[in-house]
Design a protein around this ligand. Structure first.
Ligand code: IVH
Length: 699
């Protein structure tokens, strides 16, 4: 858990102070009046703390409108007076601050504070529910703390707040109204279905819904009780009893009366005897936060005993007997830059949002899940939108909704793919979740198309469309089947004439001669792209030696560490039948120019030899970076082929220029890498000069 919150905003002068007050007041107004604040909670908190800091340093200059020291930042008023003020809570952000608070509480009550009630700080809105003779008669918001707004119209839409208690008592139940994740999803569905803008998060949704009158639809919310107090006409006996009960006893009574409390959740309020026990519970609740079906933004710790509460008393803004231990914010507003479409193992095409990087609880978030195209349409998301991003624990970050009132008009519609982004086939859009028409075969199509690609087996004429044809006709079920294709089978396919058939067969036959590095790359073992495949192939020289390698041997290849090695070994073992089938089909399984390493027991300890580049070549011992467009005799070579050439000639290929670089081959349009080489004094060569240097190795 993070110890401290993000720092307060820095306010430099009186003008900045006035501006900050204005910003905070308008954000608080939007927040409490059911709209969507342009500031996320964390940013708002920082702003208010900055305002408080400035006011502390400039006594007497506090503006009357300042949000400091006011319930709800002074943003709201109401016309129904509260019998007992509805206060805010002071915050702590770390174990140290909490311990300091318990010490000040002990001083205040003149004895060691003990017995604390510890429970979740629910992220919704405070509400007072008045019961008369057991009947729910009135619902009032917190307002400015002394008077709130009558929202009795919401009676009947709030689960956990019964219209009739189990006893005919006259009491006020206080608690939090919120939307659970399911209720929030439902609310947005209904709202957008009625042409409205979606709410940015459950809290805004609850606030907006609670205040809305005369809506043609209703959406449910949930209530959690956290207080029970007498009203003026409660009868003396009950009033005295309530005032004498410990908080934990009051909550048990509320539950007995039929009110929903935290007791029925995964994070019930508990009584802790000591501050240390409180901190243990704080950790437990924090750990459960991500899995809760409702939002919490902290833990509330209260002196449990009535006598302690009375002795501690309250300030104008917050009681002294309770404190909120705030948890790091899990929501931030950032911008949606792009949407990527990824195809899963089953062929489901899922959108993923690319975000302007934003730090949430110490991690930089750049991606967030989006559900499906229908959901994007429903929520009216656009590129460039400000979006509320939610990330709790290890759960994948998600985009809650656009913050519609921050739109500039520059936002662009999100384009949906017309073809499967993985294999190019049609898309089945019949269901909400789109799926590649190839279904599970999509991966096969994609992996075959990849294997046939220019940097792998380089089979000309075997693009995604043709692969789809082959798979659909049932002619290939794996990579090795390609090498068994017959002329008559190909000729029977649509759009396959004699010439294209013969060309394809010739290209497939030629592919059998590819070096081991490319065969390995074609297999698509995770973590072995083009350059890693070359390194592995050069080190082991033959597929047999490679397959005989255990994780320890695998780690002798430069760049393969303790984590990657076992997964490569395991994946190769999994691919054994396919590799056997490829070998049986006559596919080459050796790396020209490389020799297998000595047997394991002869290998020296430690790191062992690095993947051996060809010895005695003109680039022996050199680290070479290729950048820019190649010209002359190298013009047709892809970057991968250039790297292969570097390694054939004894060098190491690298993609970034550093002090260790010995040569930079800079082609046309070379930019930053060339500049860096010049700055570091690394030797530069033109493509022509380089071609002369490695002439003997050009095929
Ligand atoms: S007790 C005198 N318990 O947090 C105030 N409040 O930031 C005593 N809140 O206004 C409140 N969960 O709306 C209490 N378990 C909980 C709470 C809780 C959420 C809210 C409440 C309060 C706000 C202060």
């Amino acid at each position: 858990m993070r110890g401290m919150t993000t720092p307060a905003a820095v306010i430099v002068d009186a003008a900045a102070y006035a501006q900050a007050v204005e910003d905070a007041v308008s954000a608080a107004a939007a927040y409490y009046k059911g709209g969507t604040s342009p500031l996320d909670d964390d940013t708002y908190d920082r702003l208010v703390r900055g305002i408080a800091d400035w006011e502390a340093e400039h006594p007497g200059q506090t503006l009357p409108g300042s949000p400091t020291g006011k319930v709800a930042g002074g943003a709201v008023e109401g016309d129904v007076p509260h019998t007992v003020p509805m206060l805010s809570l002071d915050n702590v952000f770390s174990a140290e601050e909490f311990t300091a608070w318990t010490a000040s509480l002990s001083r205040r009550i003149g004895r060691d504070a003990r017995r604390f009630s510890v429970g979740p700080k629910l992220d919704g809105l405070a509400i007072a529910a008045r019961y008369s003779g057991g009947r729910l008669t009135r619902l009032i918001t917190r307002g400015d703390g002394t008077a709130g707004e009558d929202v009795s119209h919401a009676i009947g839409t709030i689960e956990g707040l019964p219209e009739k208690l189990d006893e005919p008592v006259t009491v006020e139940v206080r608690g939090e109204v919120l939307m659970t994740a399911d209720q929030f999803a439902h609310a947005n569905e209904v709202r957008t279905g009625h042409g409205g803008q979606p709410f940015a998060n459950p809290r805004n949704a609850a606030a907006g819904t609670l205040r809305a009158r005369e809506r043609v639809y209703t959406v449910p919310m949930t209530f959690f009780g956290y207080g029970l107090l007498p009203l003026p006409d409660t009868g003396t006996a009950l009033a005295e009893r309530l005032n004498a009960l410990a908080h934990s006893e009051l909550m048990a009574l509320a539950a007995d009366l039929g009110v929903h409390t935290s007791a029925r959740t995964a994070v019930p309020d508990i009584v802790a005897e000591t501050p240390e026990e409180v901190l243990v519970r704080v950790k437990e609740i924090a750990a459960l936060r991500a899995e809760l079906p409702f939002g919490i933004d902290g833990i509330v710790i209260k002196a449990d005993l009535a006598a302690d509460r009375q002795a501690a008393g309250s300030g104008s803004r917050a009681p002294r007997w309770a404190i909120a231990y705030k948890l790091p914010a899990v929501e931030k507003i950032t911008r949606l830059l792009e949407v990527e479409w990824n195809v899963g193992r089953t062929g489901i095409i899922a959108p993923r949002g690319v975000l302007e990087p934003v730090v949430i609880d110490g991690s930089t978030i750049t991606y967030a899940t989006l559900h499906n195209p229908a959901d994007i349409t429903r929520r009216d998301l656009r590129l460039g939108d400000h979006v509320m991003v939610h990330r709790a624990g290890d759960v994948i970050p998600r985009i809650e909704a656009p913050v519609a009132h921050l739109r500039t008009g520059e936002e662009q519609p999100i384009e949906f793919p017309a073809q499967c982004p993985r294999c190019g086939s049609d898309i089945d859009t019949g269901e909400e979740r789109w799926r590649c028409a190839q279904g599970r075969n999509c991966h096969l199509v994609a992996s075959l198309a990849y294997a046939a690609g220019r940097d792998q087996l380089d089979i000309e004429g075997l693009g995604a469309t043709r692969v789809v044809q082959l798979v659909e006709a049932g002619l290939v079920a794996d990579l090795a089947d390609l090498f068994g294709l017959r002329r008559d089978q190909l000729l029977a396919l649509e759009r396959m004439g004699e010439t294209s058939t013969d060309n394809l067969l010739a290209a497939i036959a030629k592919a059998k001669e590819q070096p081991l590095s490319r065969v390995l790359c074609a297999l698509g073992v995770r973590g072995t792209g083009r350059s890693m495949s070359r390194r592995i192939a050069r080190y082991f020289a033959t597929m047999d030696t490679l397959r005989a390698a255990d994780a320890e041997a695998m780690q002798r290849v430069e760049g393969i560490g303790a984590e990657k090695a076992p997964s490569i070994v395991a994946e190769l073992a999994e691919l054994a039948p396919l590799i056997d089938k490829l070998a049986a089909a006559g596919v080459n399984m050796t790396e020209p120019g490389a020799t297998p390493p000595p047997p394991a027991d002869a290998a020296p300890d430690g790191d062992g030899p690095a993947a051996a580049p060809a010895e005695g070549g003109p680039l022996d011992g050199m680290t070479v970076v290729v950048t820019g467009a190649m010209t002359g005799s190298l013009e047709k070579l892809s970057r991968n082929e250039m790297n292969e050439l570097v390694e054939r000639a004894g060098g190491r290929s690298s993609s970034s220029v550093s002090k260790k670089t010995t040569l930079v081959v800079a082609g046309e349009g070379a930019g930053s890498k060339r500049a860096k080489a010049e700055q570091l004094g690394v030797r530069l060569a033109t493509p022509d000069e380089f071609a002369t240097l490695v002439a003997a190795f050009l095929d």
